[in-house]
Design a protein around this ligand. Sequence first.
Ligand SMILES: Nc1ncnc2c1ncn2[C@@H]1O[C@H](COP(=O)(O)OP(=O)(O)OP(=O)(O)O)[C@@H](O)[C@H]1O
Length: 295
Amino acid sequence: MAQEPDGTPPRADRGAPLPYYGTAGGSGQAQGGAGAPDGGPVPAVRVRGLWKRFGEQAAVAGIELDLPAGRFIGLVGPNGAGKTTTLSMVTGLLRPDDGLVQINGHDVWADPVAVKSRIGVLPEGLRLFERLSGRELLAYTGRLRGLPGAEVDKRTGQLLDVLDLTAAQHKLVVDYSTGMRKKIGLAAALLHNPEVLFLDEPFEGVDPVSAQVIRGVLERYTAGGGTVVFSSHVMELVESLCDWVAVMAAGRIVARGPLAEVRGEAPTLQDAFLSLVGADRRTGQDLDWLGGGSR
Ligand SMILES: Nc1ncnc2c1ncn2[C@@H]1O[C@H](COP(=O)(O)OP(=O)(O)OP(=O)(O)O)[C@@H](O)[C@H]1O
């Protein structure tokens, strides 16, 4: 598999290698804006030695990963592979036991304000302010992000329109459907025009029409230079949307690189994925009693 980053324009903000966090609960040192230590282009996301244990179990077991800027990146893996735990640590929602995470050269835990102004996050199990209307939620988010009121109004109107939420803009979020919640969450994550957008299962529970709308917005965002990192189980979706993928299994990255390279000789990403995570051997052949006939 290819080693990233690739094809990303070099940036001026380069600097020294960064320290790891050290032991559990350590916060590392501020190194805002530092670049790739090898002199290469600064990756959108740089992860080194990332660990998270829950009791005896290592949910994330020493991940090393560079995600190139300006790409549509899919993080895929079977249930329990550690995708959500990884994304939570990368976005500053969950403190790692050990390891380093940088967003465009800024340390997630040592320089959280710089990082949070650069990222948008649509987490799994998104919690929203339910007693606000969709429009109020975006107005509130925009002001929290420090945007001027007129700019918040303009962007809010445009995002509500593009995401087909204008008719529901005055409805309380508590009354939104699953798909509407994803869309208003996406609008809130995009409002400040982040450099990197993280989405945990953005298409789960979303109907095909809304999925197409979300897809269009994300494609517009990457065309403008933004980086999307999203997790999904749906290989067809990843294959049609992403140009770069990272495959996780049992807390580790087992493959990463441009989509075509990870797919390799396999006919589809799904085949490559099943082979990479070792699931192609589980065919259900042993269940010879199953079939609804004799009990
Ligand atoms: N708060 C927690 N406490 C204990 N175990 C946890 C916790 N969060 C995650 N885990 C465990 O860590 C492992 C990785 O979970 P994670 O949710 O990151 O996987 P995932 O790849 O996102 O899975 P899925 O695709 O099913 O959402 C799982 O075995 C899970 O049970």
